[in-house]
Design a protein around this ligand. Structure first.
Ligand code: PMP
Length: 751
């Protein structure tokens, strides 16, 4: 290096220091009072072409404010590129002037500095407008956001599935929100890597930019997206910090509305590019620490970005540029519009209903920009819009969707894999499209198998909305508008150890005794007994210990079948168990599945023994148009895969235990919390006016629900007195999420 610099540049005895970098090899060179950067490249045709093109860009920029950009220094032969023999292979070098200043990454960030950043970039991009280079235009670089999808192959390098899914989510969103826009966005040559280690500051303003190695012919907005991505890392309110950059840029180089509207997704895309490459480099070049320089802040921002309502970011970015924010109809207008065609029998949650727009994992986003923490919805079991589930559904829908009258792989595979989750006797599955349809079918099958008619149910239970199922749902037939108990139903007392008649250790036995007494007049006529292991609509009441074991034995003695409704409690939600019945050490004859099975895609199923299935095969075909179709089976399989990959049952256990613990701590402080109960992420807590009399405090429960909603946390109320708060969030819920719920809950509880 010494010899090269002496021979080619006439530098005598310069100081040379190697600098860190992504893949280029750079040296800082000092000779006398002058400083330079020497860049060394392999002597390959594309590298030479690109170095020449980069020089042209720098020469072009020198025509404007040349102190802001490095410029190329010619060697003694009057050439920009210096070829030399290093140990072999042949290499070449470029010498650039050194820019003074502190890195943006090293100085305190202020609003003024960020405005200066926006102005700086806008002026640079204006200078580059119209500049042409076919070499640069032909380049395809994975760091160029128009080539973002090239990074998809690195997703698998991210080892933590809970992190990987966020990246997958933003890849999907890029395809949906950015890809279709790309052809209509303005393109020009841009720097393409205005990260905080390439930006120099002096006296509180941006003074220079270095490293044109990512210069590209790309969408103009990508310049800003990349710059903002790094500038807002580590900020409490990253959207807020983007504003001065956007508004200052826009004043000098006006942005188009569609460019602004794509910013949120482009910033996410840059973050994903960064973490994907960090993950890849960690495997490929574990010794290069520079490749990990942004990893931690990028992940932190990505995890925050996924909680931000994209509408909020869009609106803030639009405001920064002075563009109008799209006016949405009010919630009242939308509600009135809905009632023109949809009956109010479909109730709407909360005093102030929510006009929803989108969702991601445990976060939901309304039309106006608010983000909600979803502590309530159990249907999106593995998280709202989980990319694995969405992708599986989209791909299969585009390939084949038919019905069970044909042979296809997904039915065979999914049904076999689903049945692996059950003990051996439960070895047949019937697919339908809802929990109600599953319960209805289970009743038919039980009546067919036993040739009996009566169904024993538990108080406050709910099993679905069809005629036959309403008849076995005490929650409905005994509730408002209900027709009362039918002749085919026996309603047994709920084995509730909080409010019920028996509260002692062996309360289960006492409840079974009561049940037996009640069933006595119908001996020999009972087709089935059905219950949830934790009765959701009763207010998350766990069946008393030992209850199922004894009642199952009794029902079977009488010739009936035992059905476990796992629509709410199944698929690992309870933490300790994959199915709720396991908690009571029983094996049912039939199991009903629904809600979480398809993560929101309509799926339901009956799982039963071979004998029951055989008896049902009596000559009459069973056909469900949609049940078990290829799209549903593919989605169901994706849900099973995600539960396993992200260890969601274990997460339900860990986070659920923590949740219960935190709620019980609150219960010690607040007399109004009478009971905290549940298992895993299937939790209820009950408000009472008096802990001795257990007088329910319905008003308080409703107030808490509505106030939490106003603070953007979603829970619901239920139970016969509507005084129980139910929380059954997507299983990706975190301890941090629990802290948010509990903190806000404490904030709304009266002293
Ligand atoms: N069983 C239980 C325990 C349920 O909670 C529900 C739905 N709330 C159903 C059955 C009926 O499922 P679906 O709404 O899919 O028909």
């Amino acid at each position: 290096m010494q010899k090269l610099l002496a021979k080619q540049y006439n530098f005598q005895d310069p100081k040379i220091k190697k600098l860190v970098g992504y893949d280029s090899v750079n040296f800082k060179v000092e000779t006398g009072s002058k400083k330079f950067i020497l860049k060394v490249y392999p002597n390959e045709k594309n590298e030479v072409d690109f170095a020449e093109a980069e020089n042209e860009v720098l020469l072009h920029l020198q025509q404007t404010k040349n102190n802001r950009f490095p410029f190329s220094v010619k060697n003694l032969n009057n050439e920009f590129l210096t070829y030399f023999e290093s140990k072999n292979p042949l290499k070449f070098a470029r010498l650039l002037t050194f820019l003074e200043g502190e890195f943006l990454g090293d100085v305190e960030h202020t609003l003024e500095l960020f405005e200066s950043f926006g102005e700086f970039l806008a002026e640079m991009d204006l200078s580059l407008k119209g500049f042409q280079s076919y070499t640069i235009a032909a380049r395809q670089n994975k760091w160029d956001l128009q080539c973002f999808l090239r990074n998809e192959e690195y997703i698998s390098c991210i080892s933590n599935p809970a992190e990987r899914k966020i990246v997958e989510c933003f890849f999907l969103q890029y395809k949906q929100n950015v890809l279709p826009l790309l052809p209509s966005l303005r393109k020009q040559i841009i720097h393409g890597d205005a990260n905080d280690w390439n930006i120099l500051t002096q006296n509180g303003t941006i003074s220079g930019i270095i490293d044109f190695g990512d210069v590209c012919f790309s969408q103009l907005i990508n310049e800003l997206a990349i710059a903002i991505t790094y500038a807002i890392m580590g900020k409490n309110d990253p959207v807020e910090w983007a504003i001065p950059i956007i508004s200052a840029y826009h004043k000098i180089f006006p942005l188009e509305e569609k460019e602004i509207d794509s910013l949120f997704w482009l910033i996410a895309a840059r973050l994903c590019t960064s973490v994907c490459n960090s993950a890849y480099e960690k495997i490929e070049n574990p010794d290069n620490e520079y490749t990990q320089i942004s990893e931690k802040p990028a992940w932190d921002l990505l995890k925050k970005w996924v909680t931000i309502n994209p509408v909020k970011a869009r609106n803030e970015f639009r405001k920064a540029a002075g563009y109008a924010i799209p006016i949405e109809k009010t919630v009242e207008e939308k509600t009135a519009e809905r009632f023109q065609s949809v009956s109010p029998i479909f109730s709407i949650s909360y005093k102030l209903p929510i006009y929803m727009e989108s969702a991601a994992f445990q976060y939901m986003f309304d039309k106006y920009g608010a983000s909600y923490l979803d502590a309530y919805n159990n249907i999106p079991h593995v998280g709202h819009s989980h990319p694995k589930v969405v992708d599986a559904g989209q791909k299969q829908m585009a390939k084949l969707n038919t019905n069970t009258r044909y042979i296809y792989d997904s039915l065979n595979e999914y049904s076999a894999n689903l049945l692996k989750k059950f003990p051996a006797p439960l070895n047949k599955v019937f697919f339908v499209n809802s929990g109600s349809a599953a319960t209805d079918l289970a009743l038919r099958m039980a009546r067919n198998f036993t040739q009996k008619n009566i169904v024993a149910v538990v108080e406050h239970g709910y099993h679905g909305n069809t005629q036959s199922v309403i008849e076995i749902s005490h929650y409905k037939f005994a509730g408002k508008g209900g027709a009362g108990v039918s002749g085919n139903t026996i309603c047994l007392p709920i084995p509730d150890t909080y409010r019920g008649e028996f509260k002692c250790e062996n309360a289960g036995t006492s409840y079974v005794q009561k049940a037996i007494d009640q069933m006595r007049p119908f001996e020999g006529e009972i087709a089935a007994f059905i219950a949830e292991p934790i009765v959701g609509c009763a207010g998350q009441i766990p069946l008393a210990k030992g209850y199922l074991k004894e009642i199952y034995a009794e029902i079977r003695t009488q010739g009936g079948l035992c059905i476990s409704d796992e629509v709410q409690t199944g698929f690992g939600r309870l933490g300790d168990y994959f199915w709720g019945y396991e908690a009571q050490e029983v094996v049912p004859d039939m199991v009903i599945l629904g809600k979480p099975m398809g993560n929101g895609h309509p799926m339901g199923a009956v799982v039963c023994t071979n004998e029951i299935a055989e008896a049902f095969n009596n000559g009459m075909e069973f056909f469900s148009s949609f049940g078990g179709n290829p799209v549903s089976c593919t989605i169901g399989q994706a849900v099973l895969d995600v539960i396993k990959e992200e260890q969601l049952q274990q997460n339900a256990k860990a986070v659920g235990d923590y949740y219960l613990h935190q709620l019980r701590k609150l219960q010690q402080k607040y007399e109004s919390i009478g009971d905290v109960r549940g298992s895993g992420l299937f939790i209820g807590f009950e408000f009472v006016k008096n802990r001795q009399t257990l007088e329910p405090d319905t008003d308080l429960a409703r107030k808490v629900k509505n106030e939490l909603r106003n603070q953007q946390v979603l829970v619901s109320t239920d139970g016969p007195f509507d005084n129980v708060i139910k929380s059954k969030p997507p299983l990706c819920f975190t301890k941090g999420n629990v802290d948010e719920v509990v903190e806000k809950l404490e904030g709304v509880l009266p002293e």
